[in-house]
Design a binder for this molecule. Structure first.
Ligand SMILES: [Zn+2]
Length: 304
């Protein structure tokens, strides 16, 4: 995005252009520049597999692709935690996999950034009743958070963060239906970690909407008030208008098992999305500008 600005500028002296380039590409605080164009390509790529519903071919294809892409990155420690969820109600057994990527930092400490990579098996909010058993494509609900985090992994492989950064891509978030079968991957993860290993956790969910508006999610604000304020104040400093320092609704999401574990955790989510759990949750409803705002904030929180 920034490079377009330069091209639009009238012709100027070489020295001035050099200063402008230096300013745009080498931020003085050493925080890498998030590439929203690349992030959007990662969102489209995921949707091109088809709905990544557990036990389906697109789900297997996406896991293979994510693992291969992340393993290529210098300094990335990729590990997979595969497990089976038995759904007694619907008499099925789901093969699920959490993907963890760790980039070692210079100093002690560990910050967790997460998103869910699975898609919902049913468009149960679709206006057309005949479509309610169709799986969700999940451009916003799933792919958006993964796209931003995968792009940050590329930056983390190029520039060592101050403390260790762990990226966690949860499976089985969107399988619940009037029951407790939501957030299967994050529940599994929270059971297996030590609270003291983590400084904080930030969750991205539904952050790709073209008309992006992220208020302070109420469970985050009530249970992790300091972290919530820090994030939203950082967004103000970075001049990111999608983040609204006002109270949102309370949402049960992948941050809850982490909060229950005692890790300060915040869910960045725009729940005001009319295509939520419908067949219309497709890439054309999302924008690279929205991914760019979230990416810029996340990179800042990784490197500050
Ligand atoms: Zn969902």
């Amino acid at each position: 995005m920034e490079s377009l600005d330069i091209r639009k500028r009238p012709k100027t002296t070489g020295a001035l252009l050099f200063v402008a380039l230096l300013f745009l590409y080498t931020p003085s605080d050493g925080v890498p520049v998030f590439d929203s164009e690349r992030a959007f390509t990662l969102l489209e790529k995921q949707c091109a597999f088809g709905p990544r519903v557990p036990n389906s071919a697109p789900h297997r294809a996406q896991l293979k692709w994510m693992t291969a892409e992340l393993s290529k990155l210098k300094g990335a420690q990729v590990s997979l935690d595969s497990f089976t969820h038995i759904d007694k109600r619907r008499k099925s057994s789901l093969k699920l996999t959490n993907v963890s990527v760790v980039f070692k930092g210079k100093a002690p400490g560990r910050r967790l950034f997460c998103a869910h990579w699975d898609c919902r098996p049913w468009c149960d909010q679709d206006p057309n009743p005949n479509m309610r058993n169709t799986p969700v494509t999940g451009a916003n609900d799933g792919a958006s958070g993964v796209a931003v985090l995968m792009e940050t992994c590329r930056l983390l492989s190029q520039s060592t963060p101050p403390v260790t950064i762990e990226i966690l891509l949860f499976d089985g978030e969107d399988y619940g239906m009037n029951d407790d079968q939501w957030c299967l991957g994050s529940k599994r993860f929270a059971e297996r970690i030590k609270k003291s290993d983590y400084n904080f956790a930030i969750l991205l969910d539904m952050i790709g909407d073209k008309d992006l508006s992220i208020p302070m999610e109420m469970n985050s604000l009530n249970l992790a008030p300091q972290l919530t304020m820090r994030i939203f104040e950082t967004a103000v400093k970075l001049n990111l208008p999608a983040f609204k320092k006002q109270n949102g609704i309370a949402i049960y999401d992948d941050h809850m098992p982490l909060l229950e574990k005692g890790i300060p955790s915040v869910d960045l989510i725009d729940f005001d999305y009319r295509y939520w759990h419908t067949t219309a949750d497709t890439p054309d409803k999302c924008s690279k500008e929205s991914l760019g705002q979230v990416g810029k904030l996340i990179v800042q929180l990784m490197y500050e």
